[in-house]
Design a binder for this molecule. Structure first.
Ligand code: FES
Length: 176
């Protein structure tokens, strides 16, 4: 997948072209800052084309810095939902702090884990580090791509997965 980098130095992050256009071109910087990134799965009851609509956890059960492991879009694709203590790029919920990512590192597929003391997702194999507050962008390490981001929305009191932005490690297509 073609990618574009933005920023410079160690804080450099990567976004897919699609993600960049969606988050900056379509919504504008103000909307991004407010966590109002438009979703392709905005219509109630539908997911992104072909993706399942999968309830993950009740919103009222999610305290800040809570993590919820799940699988999506199938049971061979581990993922992690996080409610951060700050708003996050692409986040959902009242404070735009809820995000989710595939936990398969984009370097060689080791499982990343959330380190609350750093507020980062870190891979134990070669220490690639990803920022969940910045769309899973790479902070440092041998990976070259952001983590695949699980698209979410809120339905009543439920956090629901509706699609995946980016390719899950090891797959030619996310839906298999
Ligand atoms: S597999 Fe994650 S950094 Fe190598």
């Amino acid at each position: 997948m073609t990618e574009e980098a933005y920023g410079s130095g160690p804080e450099r992050h990567r976004l897919t072209r699609r993600r960049f256009i969606r988050t900056t071109g379509a919504a504008g910087a103000g909307a991004v800052a407010a966590g109002m990134i438009p979703s392709r799965a905005a219509a109630a009851g539908t997911g992104t084309a072909g993706y399942p609509v999968q309830p993950i956890v009740e919103l009222s059960a999610l305290a800040p810095e809570t993590t919820v492991p799940f699988t999506y879009p199938d049971d061979r694709a581990p993922a992690l939902l996080l409610r951060m203590s700050e708003s996050a790029l692409g986040g959902v919920g009242p404070d735009s702090s809820i995000v989710a990512f595939s936990t398969l590192c984009t370097h060689k597929g080791c499982p990343v884990s959330y380190r609350p003391e750093h507020r980062l997702l870190i891979c134990p194999c070669h220490w690639s580090t990803f920022d969940p507050a910045k769309a899973g962008g790479l902070v440092i390490g041998q990976a070259s791509q952001a983590l695949a981001r699980i698209e979410l929305r809120i339905e009543s009191d439920m956090v629901v997965a509706t699609g995946v932005d980016g390719l899950i490690y090891g797959r030619h297509t996310n839906l298999i």
